[in-house]
Design a protein. Structure first.
Length: 94
C-alpha cells in the first residue's frame, strides 16, 4: 500500500486513510500463502520516504492492523512519483 504522508493531506484525512487501509486488510485472509501487505509512506524528499513495513514483515491481520494504526504522518511536501518509484524498487522483484 502506498500512503500520501505529505502536508497536503490534513491530519484528519490521514487518519481516514489509515482506517480505509485497515478496512481493506480486514476484508482479506492474511498469511504467507494469502494476502501479504507492505506499506510505503511518501513525501517530496526521496530520503524521507518510509518503508513502514515489507510484504513479509507480518503474517497475521492483527499485527498489520496494529502497525497501520501506529503510523505517523511524515508531514512534508508531496511527490507521488517519488513514492511510486520507491514502491516499485521495494516491492517488485528484479
Amino acid at each position: 500500500m502506498l500512503m500520501d504522508g505529505s502536508n497536503s493531506i490534513h491530519h484528519s484525512n490521514f487518519t481516514l486513510m489509515k482506517k480505509f487501509m485497515m478496512d481493506v486488510v480486514n476484508s482479506f485472509r492474511v498469511g504467507p500463502s494469502h494476502l501479504q501487505v507492505g506499506v510505503v509512506q511518501f513525501c517530496s524528499k526521496p530520503e524521507d520516504i518510509r518503508q513502514e513495513f515489507y510484504l513479509n514483515t507480518y503474517t497475521n491481520t492483527e499485527d498489520i492492523l496494529n502497525k497501520i494504526h501506529e503510523i505517523q504522518q511524515i508531514d512534508q511536501g508531496n511527490s507521488i512519483a517519488a513514492g511510486l518509484n520507491f514502491s516499485k524498487a521495494s516491492f517488485l522483484p528484479e
